[in-house]
Design a protein around this ligand. Sequence first.
Ligand code: PGA
Length: 253
Amino acid sequence: MRKKIAAANWKMNLSWKEGNELINQLLDRHPAINNGHQVILAVPFPYLTLAAKLIAGRSDFALAAQNCYHLPAGAYTGEVSASMLASIGIKYCVVGHSERREYQQETPAQLADKLQLCFNHAITPIFCCGEPLPIRENGDPSRYVTDQLIASLSSLAPEQIAQLIIAYEPIWAIGTGKTASSAQAQEMHLAIRNYLRDTYGSSIAAEIPILYGGSVKSSNATEIFANPDVDGGLVGGASLIADEFSAIIKALP
Ligand code: PGA
């Protein structure tokens, strides 16, 4: 059985004082996460080691970096490598978030390199995909997302693919308050899983958690997470509020 995951993506938000308080509230409200579910907090780089101290001893909570660089090391001022993340014990990294694809012009080839570097350092990537509004309205969203997977996953070995977490995040639903309907989410997750099954076989496809992201909140999480191919969420705005994120954790089936 694949894990159900509630992942928080803080993006570039919160002071450490606020972040510290938020994590402590979550830990207090969830002395144990039920059913082997996993909570992952993608906090800004400077908070990773601070947050690690707070969650020490809680294997049901883990930390993710929000990004890593696509090259292993060198003269790249301001960048953070996968090996650096591994050296401070980070086990997850978000790769290919639509905001980075758009604002930092990250290319599918760079994302493939990031995925490889993560795997080289035993970091589980949370690989993001999702279509923009014009494709949702006038195009073929399943084809678009499958093409994103082909473009960045094809160079990986099947054993690596089996370790991946995928986040389907329709761009038109991120931070907009618009959520994909439960049926749209399931349809896209199934398309992703079918692609994985056709390419890597059914046992690998069955193992890969596929998270939904895009305006997940306490009021819609239960319905979205109830879909057979939705394995939890990657949550932005609502993950910054203890009550909201706590309810989202509880909504994992
Ligand atoms: P949102 O962001 O929940 O604020 O829509 C989700 C994400 O970008 O991961």
